[in-house]
Design a protein around this ligand. Structure first.
Ligand code: B16
Ligand code: MG
Length: 219
């Protein structure tokens, strides 16, 4: 028997809201303080990557070595600046098409989850005023391995009591889609089809997606 769509698992940054710009500003402040070159192109590599792994990427340009203690302190400082910025997040920063699509899922009894590398995922969803749409939020504190590891998606499927084959992941990053595939799930890419070549379908953003299009993946 063919699997049926039971749940949609959403990445957060780049799918629901653009928090990457705030991560960038906070990392940039830290990099400037340390005299390390950092720009928006390097920032692209931080998307979907854990906090410490992000710092390691920034430190590739550093001329000196940092102790583990110093690295921990730096991630804490950056996170404090980042938290101050996202304290101001408002519902009008929700990306186009998201609310309409979430409403259509609710009306059709499809379960919803957030699957994010961020330890601030629940806080962000609360600030955006959309907590009620999600049956579970899996964030950075719930996982030990980052995407492309499938852990974050498998934890969500288990919490939702669904099989991986009944889940569809919405992702803006190649590594995230890779994680979805390793979890045995279908994947909708949001962004550039030339980059998200591993997705089942790719849309520019959520305004282009409908429940019917997702259902077609199960035919
Ligand atoms: P935090 P996602 C990711 O979110 C961000 O894309 C990435 O830049 C960030 O380093 C990571 O969360 C961890 O975030 O420092 O807040 O725990 O795309 O997985 O929703
Ligand atoms: Mg993302």
């Amino acid at each position: 028997m063919k699997a049926q769509l039971k749940a949609i698992l959403f990445d957060l940054d780049g799918v629901i809201v653009d928090t990457a710009k705030y991560h960038y500003l906070a990392w940039k402040k830290l990099a400037d303080r340390e005299g390390i070159y950092f720009d928006e192109k390097i920032n692209e590599r931080l998307k979907g990557v854990s906090r410490m792994a992000s710092l390691e990427i920034i430190l590739e340009r550093s001329t000196r070595a940092y102790s583990e203690q110093e690295k921990l302190e730096m991630t804490e400082i950056k996170n404090n600046w980042y938290r101050e910025m996202i304290e101001q997040l408002r519902p009008d920063e929700i990306l186009p098409g998201v609310i309409d699509f979430l409403n259509s899922l609710k009306m059709n009894g499809i379960k919803c989850a957030i699957c994010s590398a961020s330890k601030s995922a629940a806080f962000i969803i609360d600030k955006l005023g959309i907590t009620q749409y999600f049956d579970t939020i899996v964030g950075g504190q719930d996982i030990t391995k980052s995407k492309p590891d499938p852990e974050v998606f498998l934890v969500a499927a288990e919490r939702l009591n669904t099989l991986p084959a009944e889940c569809v992941v919405f992702e803006d990053a190649y590594a995230g889609i890779e994680g979805a595939k390793r979890a045995g799930m279908k994947a909708v890419g949001l962004g550039d089809p030339n980059i998200l070549t591993n997705a089942d379908i790719v849309c520019k953003d959520m305004t282009e997606i409908t429940l019917e299009k997702v259902m077609k993946l199960f035919q």
